[in-house]
Structures are given as structure tokens and as C-alpha cells.
Design a protein around this ligand. Sequence first.
Ligand SMILES: Cc1ncc(COP(=O)(O)O)c(C=O)c1O
Length: 463
Amino acid sequence: MERHNETPATRMHAVSHETEEIVDLVLDYSRRRILSSDTPLDKPMAEPELRRLAGSSILDNGIGAKRALALFEHVLAPACITTDHPQYLSFIPTAPTKAATAFDLVVSASAVYGGSWLEGSGAVYAENEVLSWLAKEFGLPETAGGVFVQGGTLGNLSALVAARDHARATLTDAGAELPARWKIVCSAEAHSSIASAARVMDVDVVPVTPAEGGMLSGANVRPALEEHGAAVFAVVATAGSTNFGIVDDIATIAALRPEFTFWLHVDGAYGLAGMLSPLARHRFAGVEHADSVIVDPHKWLFAPFDACALIYRDPEAGRRAHTQHAEYLDTLTETAEWSPSDYAAHLTRRARGLPLWFSLATYGENAYREAVSASLRLTQRIAAEIESREGFRLVRQPQLSVVVFERDGWDRADYSAWSARLLDEQRAFVTPSSHAGRPNTRFAILNPMTTFEQLVGILDTMV
Ligand SMILES: Cc1ncc(COP(=O)(O)O)c(C=O)c1O
């Protein structure tokens, strides 16, 4: 390839033999990794060990792409757990489709700016098509819309900021006094990101104990609304709790609305994708009444890190709360065009909804429904197996794709030693957890490549 005006200053950007070689190396590695079916689970390495093996790689004149990539492939990557491994069953796993992972490369290669319509209209159009598809699936009106943000934590924060803004404007317009402290009502089992949002916003959380079984209902929420009145600007319903995959009773919470004024936010970061399956759809009744919802494509919608779909019933409420104003931005903000930056606490953004768009466009929505249904079926099957085993106890009947269980007589140290051994032997990544002070462990199942036999094999190690 011809060298174009290459100087020391343009060496890293010009198209040259050197840059061509670098791109080939990286694409070749990516191809091998994406299409590999035997990438090991891998495990973390201690910092001194990494220092010994990796040393310093940032030097005056570089070490070259070949050495840097070899360092990544043979030292750094093996010190990162393979989160898309079928036996990664901890926390909430990730399991991106091949199309979504591959297209993530395209998003980078295309240098798309996803913040404004002016700069990224094509990308924004495609992202919005996905958001509209999700909104329709959740029963929200056609006018609903939003933005893909980095993760559920930022999605929850952005939605709650819009909720408070809305409450403040409503009370001010009515000439009413503003509360001394704003409050969010949510389940005591809500995700920690709700408390994190409250800290950032300097508002209070009113945690409500859910009913036996973990579901928060309107009856649980009512006393909190009676006690705290207009200070409550939002009620958060969880559509798939992280620890158990329990879906709150959204319909009865929404039904409190004629009597009390609040913004209903549904945190479906993990679980709301379950609505795609006819096996679980009924559990989410009432989500159609939400003022805002989130769902993370990097969880059960099979997209790579990092993406959260944040959808507002009335996107204007999100825009009013979040649009940044500055002289240099006036050209973007003083138009009616849809600029994703305006709908959350961010400005510059990657068009992170595109990998999901490409994968959905490639395979079609039915493939997603089938993949989600497969997790639900496998969860029920392994839950029945656990229940039937002597010395095992299901902590709760699973609703979605998380199954939590105890081994009789095991204390925290037993679970920790067992979990470390599983990872050491590269068999599985299953971490200890607990509920109500009792130690347990859990399988979070959302990778369609996970099999019943693999899970049974893990249970067999709990001797
Ligand atoms: C219910 C729920 N909400 C919010 C979050 C936070 O999402 P993220 O990790 O993408 O910030 C999680 C993460 O697991 C979650 O399960």
C-alpha cells in the first residue's frame, strides 16, 4: 500500500504498511477469539505475578503491535475471566451473539459519534428502531423513546433525575411547597444502584420489605406513600432482582397512582428481557404503565458490554432534565432533531446500541425469544433437579433464570473453598452468595450454550 505523506507526526494515523499490518494482526486475533469454542474460563492473577510476567509495556519508542498483542493474548487476557463462557454462572453473566460481538468492531471502525442527530443520524435512527421495538414489547406508547447508556446504574440514575425534575416542576407549577428531602420508594431487595443514585442525587431511599417470596406489591408500597406523601417522587419496581430474578408486582404498584402521585420507574436491567418469552411474559403485567424503564442488552439481550436501554414514556421529560446547554452546543440543542445525548447524564457517546441492532436485524426477534425461553426452561429443569437431591435446598422457586440454593450443613467457608476450587480447576465460575444471613450459592443462567449436564456436573462437585 502506498505511503501517504507519512511524517513522524502522522505515523500512527496514515495508511501505511505498518498500520495495515497492525489492523491485520488485530482482526486476525479478534476472528480467532470470536469463533473459538474452547476459550478457557481463565482466572485472576495477583498483581506481583502480572508485573513479573507483563512488566512495563509503555516505553519511549513502543514495543510494536506484535509484541503488545502477544502480551495481551498470552498474559493479560488469561488473567481476565471469560465472561461469555457457558459455565460463567455468577452475578449476571453476559452472552453476546456472534453477530453482536463482531459488529462491535464495526462500530469502532466506523468512528460513529452517537451523541447527536447532526453527526450520527444513521446510527441514531437504527438505535431508535431498537428502542421502539423494546418499547412496543413492554406495552409503552409509540411515542416512548430514550437512549442507550453505559449500564443499568447510569440508566437508573438518569431516569430518577428526570423523575425528580418532573416532580419539582409539577409541584412548582401548582404553587405547592417543595419537600425538605425528596424520597425514592423501592424494595429492600432492589439493586444497589438505586441507593447509589440516591447518594449522587442527595435524596433518601425508603426501603420497603417485600412480601414473603421477595415480590414487592402495591400493598407493601402503600404505607410508605401514606407516610411520606409528596416527598416521594419515584417508586422503583424491580423486574428481575439481581440475587433471585424475582419480578415485583408492577400492576398493583401502578394501580396506586390515581390515589398517589409518583413516577413509576421499572428497573429491568437483568430481567425485563424475560418479557420476550411467552413463558415469562405474564410476570411483567403493569410495566406498560411505567414512566421509565431500563433493560441492559449486555445482560439477557445478548449484546457485548456495555449497554443499557433507557426508555421514557414521555421522552420530553428526559430531555428537559438532561440537555446540556453551552454556546458551542447550541447548534445541536436548538433543533427539534433527536440527539441521544439529551436523554441521560452524559454527552459524548459511543453508538452502543448498534451491536444489538445488527444482531436483531441479522437473526430476527424470534431467535431472541427462543434464546430467552431456553434459559427459562433450563432454569426450571435444574431447579427441579436441585429440589430432588438429598442435602440440597432451593431457597426460592425461580421466576426467571436465577436459581439460588443451599447445600445442607455448609457454612460460608465451605462455599468459598468450593467456589475457588471450581475456578482453579477451570470447571465453572460460581460464587458464594447469601440470603437473610444464610450462605448459599446461585446459578445465573442466560447463556444459550449452557447445558443441563454441565450444571448437574457442578452439583456433583458439592460433596
Ligand atoms: C436489577 C439491576 N439493576 C441495575 C443493575 C446495574 O447495572 P449495571 O451493572 O449495568 O450498571 C444490575 C446489575 O446487575 C441489576 O441486576
